[in-house]
Structures are given as C-alpha cells and as structure tokens.
Design a protein. Structure first.
Length: 446
C-alpha cells in the first residue's frame, strides 16, 4: 500500500536517490500529474533541487483543475482562477530514469496545499483513498490498463500500411517496436504483450497487473515512453479516442481482479464463470454506475465518437464472457490468477486515477448492496432489442455523473465539482462542431 510520507521522509528518500541518479547521468527530474481533462501536465527540477522539491514540492497553479483539452480554463465553485498555488510533490517510490530521454528521470506527483495537506482535488489522492477503502475490507485489487496508440509520420498520416495484427506492419516498424520494448522493460515494467492493433497506424502494449494507483502511474509512464521513443524515430503519437473518422479508436481498457487472502475472487467460485460472491457484487456495483463512470473513463466529446457499436469499444451496458461488444468483458484467462474483468468502454483520454478510483468506489458500493449481476449477454448486444446503450455523448455521461450521489461522495466535493465543470465546458466547447472538427481538434492533444 502507498503511504503518504512526511516532508522530512521524502527529503531523506531524495537524498538517498540523488547519488545514484548522478551516477546514472540524470540532470533533471520530471514530475507529472494528469488533469481532469485527461492531459498530462509536468514540471521539472534539476537534480540539485530534488531534495528540496521532494520535501516542499514545487508550485503548481490550481487552475489546472479546471483546464480543458484546448488549454482554456473553465471555473468550478471551488476554483480560484489565477489566485492561489499548490505544491506538486513527487512520489519517489516510483522514481524512474527515462531510457528514451537520456538525462531525465520521472516521478508521478501528488498535489498538496501550501499548508502541506493533501489537495482535495488531487486525482492520485482520490485513487489512493479508494484503494485504501477496498483494503479496509480485507480485499486487494490488481489492475492493468492497456495502452493503444496511433503512430503517424511527420505529415500526420498513419505511419503504417500493413494490416491490423499484421506481420507486415510489425516488420515496417520492427526497430521502433524493439526500442519501445527495450525502453519499457529498461524502466522496470513487465511487458505482457505488444502487437499491431486493428486501426491504421495503431499498436497496443499491455503490462502485468499491479495495485490500482501503481497501474495508473504505469499508464502515464508507458505513454511518455512510447512518445519519447517515437520522437527519436521521427514518428508522432496520438492517444486520442479517435484518430481517423469512422475507424476504431484508442481504447484504454481497464482490467481488474479482486483478491482476498491471496485468492483471486474471479476464479473457482460458485457464481457465473467462477466468480465468488464478492467479485460478483463488486462488478454489479460497477455496472450499476457505468453511465456515470463514463464521465471519468470516457472524458471527452471525441470519446463518444469511439464508443459506438461494432468498434470493439463496449458501447452497451452489459457484461459477457469474452464479449468484446459488452462494456464489461469477463476474461477467465489461462490460469487461476489471471481471471479478470475488463472495462472496455474506457478510452485512452481518461485520467487513469479518476477511472480506477471511480470503479473502485462503485464496486465497494456493490459489495454493500450485495446484488447479483444481471443476466449475461452472450452475443453481440446490438442484436438484442433489450440492449441498453451507454451514454452516447459527453453531455449524457455528465448528466449521469451529476446524478450520482455515490461518485459525488467518493470524489469529494471539490474534485467532483471540478470534473463536472470540465465535462460541461468541453461539451460546450465543441457544441455544433462536426465529428471531423472534433477529431481534428483533439487528435494531437492527449
Ligand atoms: N481499439 C478498440 C477500442 O477503441 C479496442 C480493440 C480491442 O482491443 O478489442 O477500444
Ligand atoms: Mg486492443
């Protein structure tokens, strides 16, 4: 479990890390956090400032809690506009020298107030609180987020000609993919798989499951790493929900398994496909909140151009074993430890701390409610008259989020209001714009 360290402890940790970083040739450390629109924001310090920055943090304007995908700002009841400051504090437990950015190391950051209290709008803090609430029940979660991305050449066109899953495409970018693999593994990540995905220019990497906060950190690190390797190969990267109009988009599928005393509760139980009661209740809680959770896992207007039937995106509110059109896909895996549930409806624009934390909060409410899952959807839900589409627009998802007392309480007033304000403002930002214009405006933002 992640423990919030005191400033003095953090300084001691930084002092201990400094010598090795110098030996590794590190000149500076980048601190990253993901804002409510899904964009990663950073600050950096030279190595000589790391100890001070670890103890006291570095300044970070609170207005980024209400920043939109186009870098404009909206406002929320608690936002203070140009006034005020926060402290961005690196979590040195996750300090990582960056293979594809020689001289630089990276750490995910928590945000604190100037008094040293956790900032109530900190998304990583929210994911940590949700993880701790699960732990208080004697349960553990293991999570992994698949990363899909499109590589493009300097002109901005997809940089592949080979087919989806095609060896041709793999060979076209053999050296590039090797460098992606080397950089990820060189940074201590356990890569599970790497393959050419279906859409033009698209690839995907998945990594081993870990704790929810760590999995969200890992997603951030993978994305930076892929971008940096791509830059060295003269390639551009897009994590936008949709790169090419009408084509499959970039998913950010979240895989979760629930464990008690070392046992995966998704395997060998009396429920559907081996689910133990607690896992079934957890998933039923998440499914109940799924329309509202989309405001966290599918955060942009463009997200709803991806979340359509026949795009493997999980546009229907249902679950099914290995059902790739269901929002919630059950995966039994090849071994007991691998059984998990996949939230397919989330995309690569999501702030992973928000989507993970939201699912955990909804799942916990499901444990309390103790309800079974609804009947399984065994075929393509599009064929069933009773199939329920998930929200078809950001506004609809924001409506569901606004009605969710559960998520309001779990996120806390400040974070909840900021997220809602950002969702409403982005819906307004793109109101009346064509699909092509929305894609154009967001293609290179995430
Ligand atoms: N790219 C698809 C998406 O947008 C997912 C393809 C798959 O992995 O099944 O979610
Ligand atoms: Mg995929």
């Amino acid at each position: 479990m992640i423990i919030t360290r005191s400033g003095a402890d953090r300084a001691a940790q930084a002092r201990a890390a400094e010598a090795q970083l110098a030996i590794d040739g590190i000149d500076g450390v980048v601190f990253g956090w993901v804002d409510n629109s899904g964009l990663t924001r950073v600050k950096s310090v030279p190595l000589s400032q790391l100890v001070h920055a670890a103890e006291f943090g570095v300044g970070a304007p609170p207005c980024f809690d209400v920043a939109l995908v186009d870098d404009s700002f909206t406002s929320a009841p608690s936002s203070t506009g140009a006034v005020g400051d926060l402290r961005l504090v690196p979590d040195l437990d996750r300090l990582t020298p960056l293979v594809a950015q020689p001289g630089w190391a990276w750490a995910p950051a928590d945000r604190y107030t100037q008094d040293g209290a956790p900032h109530p709008g900190c998304q990583r803090g929210f994911a940590r609180r949700a993880t701790e609430a699960v732990a208080r029940r004697g349960l553990t979660l293991r999570a992994g987020i698949e990363v899909e991305w499109v590589v493009a050449d300097a002109t901005g066109d997809p940089a592949t000609t080979g087919p989806g899953y095609g060896m041709t495409r793999f060979i076209e970018h053999s050296d590039y993919l090797r460098d992606v693999l080397r950089a990820l593994t060189g940074q201590g990540l356990t890569v599970a798989q790497l393959h050419p995905e279906y859409a033009a220019g698209q690839f995907e990497v998945s990594v081993a499951a870990e704790g929810p906060v760590e999995a969200a950190d890992t997603t951030m690190l993978i994305r930076h790493t892929i971008r940096a390797v791509s830059a060295r190969h003269g390639l551009r990267v897009s994590y936008a929900p949709v790169f090419t109009e009408g084509a499959l988009g970039n998913g950010g599928h979240l895989h979760l398994s629930l464990w008690r005393e070392g046992r995966n509760l998704g395997h060998g139980g009396p429920g559907p496909h081996g689910l133990h009661a607690e896992a079934e209740h957890f998933l039923s809680g998440a499914l109940a909140q799924l329309p509202a959770l989309l405001a966290l896992g599918a955060p942009g207007v463009a997200s709803y151009l991806r979340l359509v039937p026949a795009h493997f995106a999980g546009a229907y509110r249902c679950w099914g074993l290995e059902n790739r059109e269901a929002a919630l896909r059950l995966v039994t895996g090849s071994a007991a430890g691998q059984a998990n549930a996949e939230f397919k409806c989330f995309d690569a624009a999501a702030n992973p701390y928000l989507s993970v934390g939201g699912v955990l909060a909804a799942g916990l409410a499901g444990l309390d409610a103790g309800l079974p899952l609804p009947p399984e959807t065994r075929d393509d839900p599009a064929a069933a008259a009773s199939a329920e589409r998930l929200p078809v627009s950001l506004s609809e998802a924001a409506d569901a989020f606004e009605k969710s007392a559960l998520l309001r309480q779990a996120l806390g007033r400040e974070l909840y209001e900021a997220v809602l304000a950002v969702r409403r403002a982005e819906a307004d930002l793109f109101a009346g714009r064509s699909d092509a214009e929305v894609i154009e405006a967001t293609r290179w933002r995430y």
